[in-house]
Each structure stands twice: as structure tokens, then as C-alpha cells.
Design a protein around this ligand. Sequence first.
Ligand SMILES: [Zn+2]
Length: 300
Amino acid sequence: MNFSRQRLRRTLIAFSAVGALVATPTAFAWSHLGHWLVGDLAQPLLTPAAQQQVAQLLQGEPVPTLAGVASWADELRGSDSDLARKTSKWHYVDLDPERCDYQPPRDCPGGNCVIAAIDAQRQILADTAQPPEARRDALKFLVHFIGDVHQPLHAGARQMSEGGDDAGGNKYQVSLRTAVAPEGRGARRQVAGGPIPTNLHTVWDYYELESAILSPEKYATQLRQGGMPPVAPEALGSPADWAVESCKGIGAQGLYPRGEDGEWQHKLGGAYLDAKRPYAEARVRLAAARLAAVLNQALK
Ligand SMILES: [Zn+2]
């Protein structure tokens, strides 16, 4: 289950390591927009104490806000290829698609998965004896990874009985009709105006939110107006709980599209994107509320 996605990721990282100017592959995370929204929605939910420490830790960042640093962990591929390589498995976890249970030795060997990464970075951030640089990076990692673990296809895939290992939708090919400009590799392969050749993972990382066709600021305002889920400390749960929830959402929300004939559908368009967007937005809201709760706890 792991192998193919890891190999894909290694290939992608190898690309950036040699400095090839390929368009950024998006098989790593919510798009820039998704991560930005998580950070922006979380920021006003911080306590004054957390707010102040976040500002202090992010001093010197080009955009010193949670939204401003939310994609840093993805951008490492261009800025620090060693760190990018070391942390490449921290963006996801491949839970067993049948059970969606978490067994660390099987699902997170060496602590290299999004669940263990969130736990580890949370501890570093909360530990004031750590060097400020380590705590700053921990903060930036947390903003990103708490977003990632809420992207359902970062925690699971289609059940094996339904088609087998497809690396979180990376190998489920999709021909997508949408008004959204294609990103990355899709951009070079699209015949002008025609469907975009992509895969289901990228549909969820990128197209699902982008196809709302809203500016990030307007989108954040709209999502806030819809109400942020309250997250009481005792109801926060653990990163493992969030990953299990993501994994279960894949089946429960019908992320893998079937046609009326019950067959798997590989041609998608606005109808699919519109139908699933409320769920994607709910995951973003939840990620933001939980991120704020984690930071409020770590930065008392
Ligand atoms: Zn990521």
C-alpha cells in the first residue's frame, strides 16, 4: 500500500532535488489555497497568549501569520531539499482502507507519518527550552500537517475489495472538465479548453476548493460565516482520531465516484466538484478549529 505512493513521492522529490524546473507536483497536500484557508480561519480563534507567541515566533517571516506560513512545508522542496526529503512522509498516513484503524508499527514505521509528525512537532512547540528556530519550524509544520491530515485522501484510499491500492487516489486517473486553470503537470497536458488529465488525489488537493472560484479572502469570510465548529479541549481528540475520521470519510462521503450503472467513473466535472465541496469545506473548517485548539494548548 505504501510503496507506490512513496515511490511516486521519491520520484517527485528527486525532481526538485536536481533543480528541474518542473511545475510543482501537488500530490503532497491541500493546495496552497486549502492550507491558506486553514491558517486564516484558525488565526482569530487563538487566545491572546497564543496569538502573542505566534507573532513572536513568526517574526521575520515574509508573511508572519498562520496563513502566511501554511505552505512552507511543501515549499521546502525548493528551499531545503534535505529537510524536504527527511520530512516527505510526514504529510500523510496510509491507513488500511478496509478498517481505517491506526497501528503505528504497520502504518507509521520510524514515526514517519503525519500522525507522529503532529505529535512530535506539538511537543517541540510547547517546550520553551527548545531553541526558538526549532519552535518556529514546529509551528509551521503543525499549521501544514493538521491541514493535511484532514484531507481524506491523505489518510486512506479506496477499499482493496473495490479496486485495490491506488496510493490515496494518486493512481485513480481522472479526466476533469472544469473552468479552473489546470495546475502543475496537468497544465502541460491539457488540450486547450478540453478536459484536464489528472487523478483523484489532485482533484481533492486542488480542484475541489479552487473550483469555488473565490479569492482566498472571500472564501475565508464565507466559511467563517458558515460557522466554525466549536472544539472543546476534551473533544479535541488526537491526530490518530483525525486520520481515522478522514479515512472513514472516503467511503462514507463517496469520494470515489460511481456512475448510475454502479461502475467507477473516471470522467468528472462540475457536478462532482459541487456535490463534494461542502464536505471538503467542512474538513477545512474542522482542521482550522483543531489547529487553533492545539496551538492554544501548546502556547499557554
Ligand atoms: Zn503537505
